[in-house]
Design a protein around this ligand. Structure first.
Ligand SMILES: [Zn+2]
Length: 314
């Protein structure tokens, strides 16, 4: 049984781990993500991998990051949120630094693969994973295989248009799903509600610095858990949008389950219940077919590195 390393490149940290073929993480290492991106980031990934390789012999390294990855899993085609990394052949650059084969993968794809192999959707063949963070990440497993697409942008479900001429998105388009179904959208909803009704927003405002801008996602989650009605309404709106988007995606993909991951999943049923309600409400051909189960992710922050480590085996 060979070991592999998975490395998850995030906005603030590069997290690596030695992973067994049953998905167990034996040891982790982390370093801050260098802001300048480019070669400094490539070197940081190599440093994290080499630190782990001092203790363990590994067959290969899988690296996942937010970006569009070439279908041969060698080149980072474009990274909108990482500086100076577009078109970098990471397979070549990293392999020459660490001496073992490297594959790269989109981070949301890697997380979806981790959840299907070892987490919430273990053993399932047709799965949609939606990662709800500052934006929305997507991963698709179709007939047991990760669906990569032709040009690296498969499963970028956060950028399907759900509102004609809606809010402008960071991708350049208008009305994208992630403008309505993300953690950032949750905060926007709560701020709008508190602005419109300061009495209803009093509790939430008291958790921050008292200003509308001081309302944070973490405060909304804890206020909702304590029964604050304005925060629950913000989650209900978020879940409704997510359920509507998942209903549309379900008629394309027909998944047996939809795994919801990302930071907001800490809210549990406060988020999952309105998603399930929204899914039922907006599902085309309602009543004529089974609905996918909506379930929470299991692997948390390790999903990306565990998935990347497993994808490096094949
Ligand atoms: Zn977009």
């Amino acid at each position: 049984m060979g070991l592999t390393i998975g490395v998850d490149v995030g906005g603030t940290k590069v997290l690596g781990g030695v992973v067994t073929d049953s998905g167990e993480v034996l040891k982790t290492a982390r370093k801050d993500t260098p802001r300048e991106g480019g070669k400094a980031l490539t070197q940081t990934i190599a440093d994290v991998a080499k630190e782990l390789m001092q203790e363990y012999t590994v067959d290969s390294v899988g690296v996942c990051a937010a970006g569009f990855v070439s279908s041969d899993r060698k080149t980072m085609l474009a990274t909108p949120n990482i500086a100076d990394w577009n078109g970098v052949n990471l397979d070549y650059e990293l392999t020459s630094l660490i001496g073992v084969p490297v594959v790269i993968e989109n981070d949301a794809n890697a997380a979806a693969w981790g959840e299907v192999k070892f987490g919430a959707a273990r053993g399932k063949e047709n799965v949609l994973m939606i990662t709800v963070g500052t934006g929305i990440g997507g991963g698709i497993i179709a007939n047991g295989r990760l669906h990569r697409g032709a040009f690296g942008i498969a499963a970028e479900v956060g950028h399907m248009r759900v509102v004609p001429d809606g809010i402008k998105c960071g991708c350049g388009a208008y009305g994208c799903f992630e403008q309505y179904g993300s953690g950032n959208a949750l905060v926007r909803f709560a701020r709008e509600y508190a602005q419109a009704d300061s009495a209803a927003g009093a509790h939430l405002l008291s958790l921050g610095d008292g200003t509308i801008q001081g309302i944070t996602g973490g405060a909304i989650t804890s206020a909702a858990a304590a029964g604050d009605s304005l925060s629950l309404k913000a989650f209900s709106t978020l879940g409704n949008w997510l359920g509507a988007g998942i209903a549309s995606l379900s008629v394309v993909l027909d998944p047996e389950c939809v795994v919801i991951g990302g930071g907001v999943i800490d809210a549990g049923d406060i988020l999952l219940s309105p998603i399930r309600d929204g899914l039922e409400k907006y599902m085309p051909f309602a009543g004529l077919h089974p609905y996918p189960q909506v379930i929470p992710a299991l692997l948390g922050n390790d999903a990306g590195l565990v998935g990347a480590a497993d994808l490096a085996r094949v």
